[in-house]
Design a protein around this ligand. Structure first.
Ligand code: KG4
Ligand code: ZN
Length: 395
């Protein structure tokens, strides 16, 4: 240990290989991300085998890039932090194995970080870096909303590192997954979230009245854990149904609307005109050329409904907990309507809503290194037999 406060973070849980150096959980010294979007785009989603192969290719150059950008050697580090779950098993293993070997070879402590905890620390890192009002260690309601997760936590600093209590979660699809699936069925490329975000502002959010029914877990699930790809958590029956989400229904409702209103042919034609990996349209003209008005109205209504559901349940949970701060994080936290409506609602209730920067919203390693700092201070090091846990729970 050099006493520099510098931690090298490594992240490889899904389709981004990332490494970053962060000082004392409050200053990003360097950050490198190799995205695999172009590889997976032609399949309309992440292909686990391809993800592992791409991580293997990228891990060494990405770690070297982060160290070079930070202009430091391994002797300058205090620790190495790595994501150990949840995520894709093969993908996690690449980062984990590399981090373990590096920590052993350089005689550095290794810290294991839950990917969801990392997303929460992305907001805390951003608040510290920007010196934002409301920064600090106040107990917060955290909404982690991404392609794999839609989880509500009470996050609070405890002796040493932070502690998390699960308040709510999705029973089926994650919100980002719903964005991606709806985009796909409308003939838009993967990942669909940024496309929907861009297109939504040209449509009427009240054109299609999508709604979310109140979830009654005890009736529907009989207290059993739901079928889900996301992290293992406390038995669902122990959670308040007011804080549970379900996004598979709205996806089906969009499909029904598309078929009923003959938007399908347009979508198929659009898909054949869009090259894999192309970025969202940058101008109003480009967006309008791609989608007729009924499709734009559908997109705007879908996004409005999803954001409304996330907002309603997050603020209800914050109120229940008496939390004064709401942290919104994960890929979907990049969404413009979500940011605007959460910010406005927080102001209305005299609460503070905080988001990561756009770069820190999607997967990155700065958030992993930032989350590791309080754990290093608390002496919470990874055991020698640390392994990847694809369904690792938080809280
Ligand atoms: O956090 P992330 O990079 O990876 C996971 O841990 O899943 O999140 C990726 C997800 C994708 O589903 C993507 O469509 C969604 O975040 N996303 C967005 C936006 N940007 C990314 N969803 C809505 N609006 C956006 N602007
Ligand atoms: Zn993530």
């Amino acid at each position: 240990m050099s006493g520099s406060g510098l931690i090298l973070g490594i992240e490889s849980s899904c389709d981004e290989t990332a490494a970053a150096v962060v000082e004392r959980g409050e200053r990003t010294v360097s950050s490198a991300v190799a995205s695999q979007i172009a590889t997976h785009a032609r399949y309309g989603g992440v292909v686990p085998e391809l993800a592992s192969r791409e991580h293997l290719r990228a891990i060494v150059p990405v770690v070297r890039a982060a160290m070079a950008e930070a202009k430091i050697g391994y002797g300058d580090l205090d620790a190495i932090a790595v994501t150990c779950g949840p995520g894709l098993a093969g993908a996690l293993l690449v980062g984990l194995t590399y981090a373990k070997a590096l920590a052993y070879a350089k005689n550095l402590p290794l810290i294991a970080i839950n990917h969801l905890e990392g997303h929460i620390h992305a907001v805390l890192l951003n608040e510290r870096e920007s010196g934002a009002a409301g920064a600090g260690d106040a107990p917060s309601l955290a909404l982690v909303v991404s392609g794999g997760h839609t989880h509500l936590y009470l996050a609070r600093p405890a002796t040493g590192s932070w502690r998390y209590s699960l308040m709510g979660r999705t029973l089926d699809d994650a919100a980002g997954e719903a964005f991606d699936k709806v985009a796909k069925l409308l003939g838009l490329p993967y990942p669909g979230g940024p496309w929907i975000d861009t297109m939504a502002k040209y449509g009427n959010p009240r054109a299609v009245p999508f709604s979310f029914a109140q979830i009654k877990t005890k009736v529907h699930l009989g207290g059993k854990a739901p079928r889900t790809k996301a992290a293992q958590t406390a038995p669902i029956a122990e959670l308040d149904p007011h804080f549970l989400f379900s996004f598979s229904g709205i996806k089906t409702a969009v499909l029904r609307h598309v078929e009923l209103h003959g938007l399908r042919a347009e979508a198929v034609e659009r898909a054949s005109r869009i090259e894999p990996g192309q970025r969202p349209p940058q101008s109003r003209e480009e967006a309008l050329a791609l989608c007729p008005q009924p499709t734009l109205d559908l997109i705007a209504s879908f996004q409005h409904a999803v954001v409304g559901d996330l907002l309603k349940k997050s603020f209800a949970a914050a109120e229940r907990l008496g939390a004064e701060r709401i942290l919104v994080t994960g890929g979907v936290a990049a969404n413009r309507e979500l940011r605007a409506r959460f910010t406005a609602e927080a102001a209305r209730r005299s609460l503070h809503a905080a988001f990561p920067t756009l770069a820190l919203s999607t997967d990155n390693a700065a958030m992993i290194a930032a989350a590791a700092w309080p754990r290093l201070l608390a002496g919470e090091l990874a055991p020698a037999d640390l392994t990847a846990n694809p369904s690792l729970a938080l809280g």
